[in-house]
Design a protein around this ligand. Structure first.
Ligand code: IMP
Ligand code: MG
Length: 179
């Protein structure tokens, strides 16, 4: 399909699946070489929903012993006056002292990854690395280091390969760009 309609918008084919898979394989190889030395078993934390497809592709190329958990960042109404308080859900075991690799679909302004990073730091993990499928360098305002990114894009809005437009479009194997 070259063009899809989601809700009220049209999207055009932008990055074919083969290109995405090749970039993911390169990223996995970089991670493999960084984690080749012995150390404690790392745990990949895949941030749902957007990173489900990226995670499935990435993990097939990871060659060292590792764990995988799917997590979600949820807002909840705290009693503090600071507004939105975020909570990490889906982690059953303690992450204290663990080496963590966060797997994200896309880093845009960096707000999400900054929240995620802070929540993990609070759990006294040994080490945090960030791995994202897409990075928007021109939009990124965070201070968290993005250790691995498979692809860079401009400030355009994309869908497919896990990414959504108001919950639609996650299932497509290719990436589409808003018209
Ligand atoms: P940030 O917090 O501004 O870095 O935005 C990250 C989140 O916004 C991602 O996890 C996505 O859910 C969403 N997002 C940002 N850019 C896009 C895009 O181009 N397509 C789909 N979702 C996006
Ligand atoms: Mg989203």
């Amino acid at each position: 399909m070259d063009r899809i309609k989601l809700h009220d918008r049209y999207f055009n084919l932008f990055i074919p699946n083969e290109k995405i898979e090749a970039a993911i394989r390169q990223t996995a190889m970089r991670i493999n070489s960084d984690y080749s030395e012995s150390g404690s078993v790392p745990v990949f934390l895949s941030v749902l929903n957007g990173s489900f497809m990226f995670t499935a592709s990435l993990m097939k190329y990871i060659t060292f012993p590792c764990e995988l958990s799917f997590v979600k960042l949820s807002s909840y109404c705290g009693t503090s006056s600071t507004g939105q308080v975020k909570q990490l859900i889906g982690v059953s075991d303690s992450l204290k002292g663990r080496r963590v690799i966060i797997v994200e679909d896309i880093v845009d302004s960096g707000k999400t990854i900054t929240d995620m990073y802070a929540l993990l730091q609070a759990q006294e993990v040994e080490d945090i690395k960030v791995c994202t499928l897409f990075l928007k360098p021109a939009a990124y305002k965070g201070s968290v280091r993005i250790d691995y990114h498979a692809m860079e894009i401009g400030n355009e809005f994309i869908v497919g390969f896990g990414l959504d437009y108001d919950q639609l479009g996650r299932q497509y194997p290719d990436i589409y760009i808003v018209e």
